[in-house]
Design a protein around this ligand. Sequence first.
Ligand SMILES: NC(=O)c1ccc[n+]([C@@H]2O[C@H](COP(=O)([O-])OP(=O)(O)OC[C@H]3O[C@@H](n4cnc5c(N)ncnc54)[C@H](OP(=O)(O)O)[C@@H]3O)[C@@H](O)[C@H]2O)c1
Length: 329
Amino acid sequence: MNEIRLGTIGSGVIVQSILDGVQITEGISLEAVYSRTEEKGRELADKYGVQKVYTQLEEMLSDEEINFVYVASPNNLHYGQAKAALLHGKNVICEKPMCPRMEQVEELMALAQEKRLMLVDATPTAFFPNLGIVREKLPEIGRIRLVMSSYSQYSSRYDKLLAGEVSNVFSPDFAGGCLQDINYYNVYLNVTLFGKPQRAVYYPNMCRTGVDTSGIAILQYPDFVSECAGAKDTWGENCVQIQGEKGYLYIEGGANGMTNIRLCTREGESSFNLQDYSDRWLCEVKNMTELLLREDCGTIRKGLEVTRNVIGVMEEMRREAGIIFPDAL
Ligand SMILES: NC(=O)c1ccc[n+]([C@@H]2O[C@H](COP(=O)([O-])OP(=O)(O)OC[C@H]3O[C@@H](n4cnc5c(N)ncnc54)[C@H](OP(=O)(O)O)[C@@H]3O)[C@@H](O)[C@H]2O)c1
């Protein structure tokens, strides 16, 4: 593939973070934006110097100049929009969490394969070079016994919730909640490093809308236990600590940052950092663009298997915790 020409869905902050990266990355460009309103779409298009604004998704999906659709809408819409894009012959980059249900991810994976299209999960963690360091250094800490992940990001939308306004991210109708939004990164890192746990339970702090604003997940692996704390109603230091019998790995910045990796063993301590971009989304855009231009289907497929398992684990935890979403569109 020579060039990625994007059509975007959604005009939230994440779209702009990604498009800031697109502007300074070779091989990827913005072709058109879709918004429910002409005004918001035009504002986004003007900011990134493109002409085309669609207010009908079907029309954007029929635009032959676009070969990739970037889905960055509320969580409950990803499945339907990604499916529509694939059916129109477009490759898809989908924001996390890809779908509320595992069977929906499986359906998208099968459709992409049938149509010989690329479907990629936009979880930044997968594109961090420091993830490779963690994988490489894990054997040095010996048999893993404990994993502790903490990711807290106080949200302005939590203030709104306290004031009586329900944003999509705190609504079950939009497949919202903290597990879906923030603790997702911790679960993703665990599943990408250690595979699917044998059992997963979630202890949420619930709010009146029927979703969680923070909580702790416990993932039980055959030989160790992993605890994942996530919050949209507190803030703190984001980090991951993987403890083994011979030492530990400390991931600064947490699962969605991985800004520095420390390895501590009885022999001493060392620090590693391969990430030359301080901006996590620029890092993601650069590395994802390379992957897509290479059409590295094996890596993309492996990534989707992780996504599928993450969504399965999340679904299991939500079910037991009583966090119920109406069917996604
Ligand atoms: N990878 C990351 O680090 C990262 C960071 C943040 C968010 N995300 C993910 O990105 C996605 C979007 O997050 P967000 O916070 O931007 O969500 P959001 O503000 O709730 O919605 C995103 C966009 O979707 C459109 N939209 C809003 N409500 C809608 C509705 N009822 N029906 C149809 N479209 C609607 C809006 O665009 P228009 O008004 O232009 O139609 C809006 O800008 C989520 O899945 C989130 O998990 C990822």
